[in-house]
Design a protein around this ligand. Structure first.
Ligand SMILES: *Cc1c(COP(=O)(O)O)cnc(C)c1O
Length: 431
């Protein structure tokens, strides 16, 4: 279609790049159909949860002050609980981000003398200070909670023998991170997480199994709470916020453990009873309603990018054919320029701040310069199209999100255009 070519050209995409992208897209028809089917199932799951809990117009009103009897807040928590098939849920704008939600769940459920175990290697960077792996004020370590970690085996699978050996009298809570985050290990499927939980519960039935579900929501038709997780925790500026939630986190699971988290989030005695929603209810509901479709768009973008960059000879993880358990895609360029041009392309395709050129920068908490691209409606939202990469070998960029598939496609084509313009790669001859 000539109009389409011209429209992409206006945005800075050459005819050759578009043709190559379209060819790859055409080859992905079946993959995309699977993603759509999954989204359809999850959409029905969410609508069913909303109907079952009698979501009404009154749920969209706001509360202030103490927030007593906030029908919208309480009903939304019931909707999350129904969707994740849990007894209870805490879904709040007072949860400042994913790290905060994870910290509240840990701190609410661990007591001095307890031990926390990660059977899947190092947890997400920001949790190091929460746990006290890196000494930090107010960490769990300061309160006498000890920590143990079991590394994954060389091939990324669970080291069952070492996990069995690490579980002791003190082990109270096991934290399993579903997504690889910014590590090179594989992301776990919900089924794998279920197998790990069964194994752990077989050794110690009363241990709390908590899953860091960030980036994983709605990627499959089941969630970790469907396979034995006692708590699932995540961020609303990732998948379940559907791009509309302006802030927030969720903790869903067994009532006792969710209540423990609520007593930590607000205070003992008050728990879930207080916490005004300050007008966020409509965005939380509508975002959750859109989340299955938005997540599908982001997944298509990830699969599309894997196929494009693999075809150009770069190493990608997951690869072009692997099944997906989160929305993150890693591409290894092997040169700083590759990472930089990729991020510039993502930024140039954004609806907000497209005219800004990202540059590598020294960031607190990182041991090298980092480049980040994000032109998002919500600050730091990574369900929106975003990318970042540390400027150090092997020069890998991590990217995720895209509120619509079309925007994800534009972003990836723009990154490719920049990389070709700088002669860092060539299109295959056959197109
Ligand atoms: C994003 C993320 C977190 C932390 O969430 P923030 O909102 O950035 O605080 C924790 N774990 C994983 C796996 C994540 O992807």
């Amino acid at each position: 279609m000539q109009e389409m070519d011209l429209m992409y050209q206006k945005l800075g995409i050459s005819r050759e790049v578009l043709a190559f992208g379209n060819k790859i897209e055409a080859e992905l028809k079946e993959r995309f159909a699977e993603i759509d089917e999954n989204a359809e199932y999850n959409q029905m799951k969410v609508i069913h949860a909303m109907q079952e809990n009698k979501v009404s117009e009154a749920c969209l009103y706001t509360s202030t002050g103490y927030g007593y009897n906030d029908l919208g807040r309480d009903t939304l928590e019931a909707v999350y609980a129904s969707t994740f098939h849990t007894e209870s849920a805490l879904v709040r704008p007072l949860l400042a981000c994913g790290t905060h939600a994870l910290a509240v769940a840990l701190m609410g459920n661990l007591r001095p003398g307890d031990e926390l175990l990660s059977p899947v290697g190092k947890p997400y960077d920001t949790l190091e200070e929460v746990i006290g792996i890196r000494p930090s004020r107010g960490s769990l370590a300061e309160y006498g909670v000890t920590y143990r970690q079991v590394e994954l085996l060389e091939d990324g699978s669970f080291d069952y023998d070492a996990i069995a050996a690490a579980i002791c009298d003190k082990t109270r809570l096991v934290e399993i991170q579903r997504s690889k985050g910014y590590l090179t290990r594989p992301t776990f499927s919900v089924k794998q997480i279920g197998e790990l939980i069964s194994f752990i519960k077989g050794i110690k039935p009363d241990v709390i199994c908590m899953v860091d579900n960030c980036y994983g929501e709605f990627v499959e038709t089941i969630e970790p709470s469907d396979v034995g997780a006692d708590l699932v925790v995540g961020s609303l500026i990732k998948n379940p916020g559907g791009g509309l939630a302006p802030i927030g986190g969720y903790i869903a699971g067994k009532k006792e453990y969710v209540d423990n988290a609520a007593y930590r989030l607000t205070c003992p005695g008050l728990g879930k009873e207080v916490g005004a929603t300050l007008g966020v209810n409509p965005a939380f509901y509508q975002g959750f309603f859109l989340a299955p479709t938005v997540t599908a768009g982001a997944l298509k973008g990830a699969v599309f990018a894997a196929n494009i960059y693999e075809r150009l000879g770069f190493s990608v993880s997951p690869d072009s054919t692997q099944s997906r358990h989160d929305i993150i895609q890693a591409v290894t360029f092997g040169t700083p320029e590759g990472v930089i041009e990729f991020c510039k392309g993502i930024q140039a395709a954004a609806p907000v701040d497209s005219y800004v050129e990202p540059e590598p920068w020294a960031m607190p908490g990182y041991d090298s310069d980092v480049i980040m691209a994000a032109g998002a409606f919500i600050q730091g939202s990574s369900i929106e199209l975003s990318a970042d990469g540390p400027i150090k070998p092997p020069y890998t960029v991590y990217f995720q999100g895209g509120l619509t598939w079309y925007h994800a496609k534009l972003g990836i084509l723009m990154s490719l255009q920049k990389i070709l313009d700088k002669k860092l790669a060539e299109l295959p001859k056959e197109v």
